[in-house]
Design a protein around this ligand. Structure first.
Ligand code: OXD
Length: 292
């Protein structure tokens, strides 16, 4: 909010400092309590402060006439590219296992993978998914992407809605970057894991709601999955008694893959405010039908 206040040529309030609710035309938000938006009768735009917008649709009283936007930011996209790349390399070079061996002073060489021999499947091949896919391909991984609609990205094989099974068949590493919607809720489950090659690795950097926690544990127990890197969880922070903490094959990070930065986000928020005032098309509009 401070970054916005410094740069904006309009007034910026927090819910606590608003004096006249009629004055508010645009809201910037991240996981606001349900019902927050109904206090402002002249609201025209609600902007999610992150890339994800699932938190908006969780509010049953989200005003129907209000336009919704999200953040699409080059810096956030680069952060996600680097994070996923780090997780892929960590996995194929066994770095987490060596960190665990070190705790026991254990000298235990392991076979390692090579990027050129590993296929990484990006489940959710939208703007962010494509950026991540390109980065991995540049480093030498084989990359494929799955999205509802066909995407043309040089050097990356793209699969569409009805080709999910064939897409999954070749993924040694599956990266979830899907938006969370009714269709994708719980998609990372036993049925999907069974379609991956045995011993595949899962990276979830999208939402905890995509993953069925029980099914992940079962797939690790059976060896269908060799491990997982999880940055997002059904309930955050992850409770201290959650079984994931005790699993050596799971690498847990606290939702840090790419964190919205007020300084980089402020310019596009300001731009959208002016576009709204001029009655122009907004940037990064969210479809209410698709919910992303
Ligand atoms: C986002 C996130 O959606 O941080 O931006 O998860």
């Amino acid at each position: 909010m401070d970054a916005l206040n410094q740069e904006a040529d309009f007034k910026v309030y927090t819910p606590e400092t608003v004096k006249d609710p009629d004055e508010i035309k645009m809201a910037l938000t991240w996981k606001a309590p349900a019902g927050s938006y109904s206090h402002y009768p002249n609201l025209q735009v609600i902007g999610s402060m992150g890339a994800g917008v699932d938190h908006l649709f969780e509010d049953p009283s989200l005003p129907q006439h209000v336009r919704l936007t999200r953040v699409v930011d080059a810096k956030l996209s680069r952060d996600m590219q680097e994070f996923v790349l780090a997780q892929c390399l960590n996995h194929i070079k066994n770095l987490s296992s060596y960190a665990q061996s070190q705790e026991q002073s254990l000298w235990k060489p392991m076979e390692y993978g090579r990027a050129a021999e590993v296929t990484v499947g990006i489940l959710g091949f939208g703007t962010l998914g494509q950026a991540v896919g390109k980065k991995l391909a540049n480093v030498g991984f084989q990359v494929s992407g799955w999205a509802k609609s066909a995407k043309q990205v040089a050097g990356i094989k793209s699969y569409t809605e009805d080709q999910l099974d064939v897409f999954l068949e070749s993924c040694h590493i599956l990266v979830c970057l899907l938006p969370l919607t009714e269709d994708t809720n719980g998609i990372l489950n036993n049925t999907l894991f069974q379609k991956l090659p045995k011993g595949s690795y899962l990276i979830n950097v999208a939402r905890g709601g995509h993953l069925n926690d029980e099914d992940l544990i079962q797939s690790l127990n059976s060896g269908q999955l060799s491990g997982a890197a999880l940055d997002v969880f059904n309930i955050e922070p992850l409770s201290t008694d959650h079984p994931f903490w005790k699993r050596k094959e799971i690498l847990i990070t606290p939702h840090v893959a790419s964190m919205s930065n007020a300084k980089s986000v402020a310019p596009q928020v300001i731009e959208n405010y002016h576009r709204m005032e001029r009655g122009e098309e907004l940037l990064n509009v969210v479809s209410r039908d698709k919910k992303y």
